[in-house]
Design a protein. Structure first.
Length: 203
């Protein structure tokens, strides 16, 4: 498989600085949505990089450090649970992606974005969407790992702040355990109220 197919296509079209963009945490009931933007050196594949969902937590943590070490630059953007409730999860994901791209120390010419919807980034940056791009593009795969690890680490911090919800076990996703804790303890400050109408209606 050619991990640089999309990067090389972008180079052949005259784009010089290419960043990969991906998100983590669209589905959970708690915590922010995260996005990462990564610019890799031209022609560079970081060994072991793959769609973050296909990697173990240990492998993701190792690759996180490797990506940061080997990339040209990287940035994380987030949108809070309050922003998610206010503007909806899709718009909040776009916002996190825009913040990630804006945070890069080098401005990209083109962003390769995981998925099939074009986020409204800077007007001067071209955007190409790639369905399941985190399993096809080296840049997007690297971004998927940075976004996933960053969000998981944040949720582990929240597990210490709100131990009753056991975030360390489910990272905020809607597991049976998480719903049981919600029924028992109610909704915390970091829960997405718009995702929990059923639970809130029962209170």
């Amino acid at each position: 498989m050619d991990w640089l197919l999309y990067e090389n296509e972008a180079l052949s079209k005259g784009y010089n600085v290419i960043c990969g963009v991906d998100e983590a945490g669209r589905g959970p009931l708690a915590g922010p949505v995260y996005a990462a933007a990564v610019i890799l050196p031209k022609g560079h594949i970081i060994e072991g990089v793959n769609d973050s969902k296909k990697l173990s937590e240990k492998k993701r943590d190792m690759l996180y450090d490797k990506i940061i070490e080997e990339c040209v630059c990287w940035s994380i953007g987030t949108a809070s649970e309050k922003e998610i409730d206010k503007i909806n999860i899709l718009q909040a994901t776009y916002l996190a992606m825009r913040r990630a791209v804006e945070g890069l120390s080098q401005k990209p010419d083109i962003a390769l974005v995981d998925g099939n919807r074009v986020p409204p980034l800077d007007d001067n940056i071209a955007v190409e969407t790639i369905v399941k791009g985190d399993g096809k593009s080296a840049s997007i795969a690297a971004a998927s790992i940075l976004a996933k690890v960053s969000r998981d680490r944040y949720m582990l911090e929240m597990a210490e702040k709100y131990p009753q919800y056991q975030f360390e076990k489910h990272k905020g996703y809607g597991t049976k355990l998480h719903y049981e804790m919600l029924e028992k303890y109610g909704v915390s400050d970091i829960h997405r109220k718009s995702f929990l109408k059923r639970v809130l209606n029962n209170e």
